[in-house]
Design a protein around this ligand. Structure first.
Ligand SMILES: [Zn+2]
Ligand SMILES: [Zn+2]
Length: 272
């Protein structure tokens, strides 16, 4: 299948940097399809499917009671919650640390962000649910995760002016029809009144991170992001679906700090 972007700003193509926000159409074979149409179709299909399947629990698939918001009481009680966790990198810990103390890894090599939180551990059934949301476009899962994200945001030890979902490369965004980080960030922005930041692009289509060790992830991500302009926001919260080693968030945070942002914190749905 040939898959090319069209309708993009030529100056940016010449620099080799293609900005998601600049692309309005893609060409798949001989068809030209607008990006807005792709996004709208993905949402419409998800809404139709959600209407057919009803309010099933996102983790076990059992029918939810009227007062349960896509998570049944059984799963809610059993979810692998990420507590205690390191306040610096959200890594799961066996024991709670004293106030202000960080995990051994953060003490040896601090992350370029000031705080990180994730409400869940990336274990079954959380990992399976996140994969279904991402790869089967189960966008209604965001409704189930909204409360968990908010709860972790309230625990985050950082002041925040604006929210930046980890950007996807335009090609992956077009194929998937949505960016899961953006879907998770949107309800949080609505609830907190924080603005969702545009202006960062993924300039390299990095291969999937899963299955790579820490050094390989680092190589994979080098020069993956570019900030289009200086931000007015001083304190930025990066939002992602999963923090695995923290290398994606660290790269993006470093990129933001270089562009003049004062501090960066990170919130993800789950931490490996
Ligand atoms: Zn359940
Ligand atoms: Zn840590």
């Amino acid at each position: 299948m040939r898959f090319n972007q069209v309708g993009v700003n030529r100056a940016r193509i010449n620099t080799g940097r293609i900005d998601m926000a600049c692309i309005d159409r893609v060409r798949i074979g001989k068809f030209r399809i607008s990006m807005a149409h792709i996004r709208k179709s993905a949402r419409l299909l998800a809404a139709v499917r959600d209407g057919l399947t009803g309010r099933d629990c996102v983790f076990c698939g059992s029918r939810c009671m009227d007062d349960e918001d896509f998570i049944c009481a059984g799963c809610d009680a059993e979810l692998p919650r990420n507590r205690p966790s390191c306040p610096g990198c959200a890594a799961p810990l066996a024991l709670s640390l004293a106030q202000g103390v960080r995990c051994g890894s953060c003490q040896r090599k601090p992350m370029p962000f000031i705080a990180a939180a994730a409400p869940l551990r990336y274990e079954y059934p959380v990992d399976a649910a996140i994969r279904r949301m991402k790869f089967n476009a189960r966008l209604h899962y965001v409704g189930a995760f909204r409360g968990l994200m908010r709860e972790a945001f309230d625990r985050l030890d950082a002041d925040v002016d604006a929210v930046l979902p980890v950007p996807l490369h335009w090609r992956r965004h077009a194929l998937r029809g949505f960016n899961q980080a953006e879907e998770l960030a949107r309800p949080l922005c609505r609830e907190t009144g924080l603005p969702l930041l545009p202006g960062v692009r993924r300039v390299r289509a990095t291969p999937y991170q899963s299955g790579l060790d820490s050094a390989a992830r680092h190589r994979n991500l080098s020069r993956a992001f570019a900030v289009r302009k200086r931000f007015a926001a001083r304190r930025v919260l990066i939002v992602d679906d999963v923090i695995t080693t923290g290398s994606t968030a660290a790269r993006l945070a470093a990129c933001l700090l270089e562009s003049g942002v004062e501090s960066v914190s990170v919130l993800a749905l789950a931490r490996a």
